[in-house]
Design a protein around this ligand. Structure first.
Ligand code: ATR
Length: 288
């Protein structure tokens, strides 16, 4: 039930029509009996500042921020949490007395999704494929969780180098390294935890992986692809074919959403059966 006192939240993006967040948050709101509504808001790039002021004036408790506004919102926030500062991008805003505080729940969402699958990060040698915005959030999380090493493999080597330098500086240790995608044969390890963050393999370009040589996959014990369309990417298929474990990006999406929902409603807990139901509802939508 939505009363006159309902908490209003939403997502801003450009475009925003593909976002699963409105369905997911309204599902949680109903399942938990919250007086809560979550709306999609298409915001043009030039209108981000006006949109944030408007949302604040309209009493929005919070917003999610999606592509391409995750950095653009930052100058207009009252405060930033530590992860958002480290990652340099924001995906969740929470209302404070004098404006919105920016958080990044992407990294925490991935961590929780991995913890639910009993994936250990501490002391592991990790690979990150890609060096864009998503790779930064993933690298931040792996470094924070004290991976033994994190090697970024990217088509554009320079971008991988910059990401590695930035994270090494931030965490004060030399655990991050950079390499080109084609340099995988020179990797020293046999037993990696790998996270795929490039757009390669996402619908409508399914059937491709950033590295397609099956020999690469012999070196991967556990892998996460942050893509959730299709449910099994080519990257995941190649990992599984070589005998490794692979998970897709849907759980990361769900947990980053739950973490945001809890930032807006600190009193709630989301029971496992509600998470499972939300997941199968989202899987059904993605199959269409
Ligand atoms: P996001 O915020 O989702 O990470 P992004 O910042 O645009 O998006 O980053 C996209 C990533 O996918 C980059 O690492 C990009 O590689 P480059 O830095 O070389 O551009 C990678 N990527 C995109 N298309 C690719 C392709 N066809 N082959 C290999 N890597 C690709």
């Amino acid at each position: 039930m939505i009363s006159g006192k309902a908490m209003v939240c939403g997502v801003i993006g450009n475009p925003v029509g593909h976002s699963l967040s409105p369905m997911m948050h309204n599902f949680f709101g109903t399942a938990l009996g919250l007086d809560f509504v979550y709306v999609p808001c298409h915001v043009e790039n030039a209108d981000v500042e006006t949109a944030l002021k408007g949302a604040y004036a309209l009493g929005f408790q919070g917003l999610n921020v999606t592509v391409p506004h995750k950095q653009r919102v930052m100058p207009y926030l009252a405060e930033l949490d530590e992860a958002a500062k480290g990652i340099g991008a924001v995906n969740t805003l929470v209302r404070q007395e004098h404006g919105y505080k920016g958080y990044n729940t992407d990294a925490a969402g991935l961590l929780q999704a991995m913890e639910e699958q009993d994936v250990e990060i501490r002391g592991r040698d990790c690979l990150v494929l890609g060096a864009g915005g998503a790779a930064k959030a993933v690298s931040y999380m792996l470094m924070k969780e004290r991976a033994a090493s994190v090697t970024v493999l990217n088509r554009t080597l320079d971008k991988a180098r910059r990401l590695a330098e930035e994270m090494n500086l931030l965490f004060g240790r030399d655990a991050m390294k950079a390499a080109g995608l084609e340099d995988w044969e020179k990797l020293p390890g046999e037993d990696y935890l790998a996270v795929q963050t490039t757009s390669v393999g996402m619908y409508p370009q399914a059937g491709h992986a950033p590295i397609e040589n099956p020999a690469f996959y012999e070196r991967i014990r556990m892998a996460v692809d942050i893509i959730y369309t299709p449910a099994e990417t080519e990257f995941m298929r190649l990992v599984r074919k070589a005998g490794g474990r692979a998970m897709g990006g849907l759980d990361m999406l769900i947990y980053q959403g739950i973490i945001a929902l809890k930032l807006w409603n600190p009193q709630i807990t989301v029971p496992d059966d509600v998470v499972r139901k939300a997941r199968s509802r989202m899987e059904e939508i993605l199959k269409k």
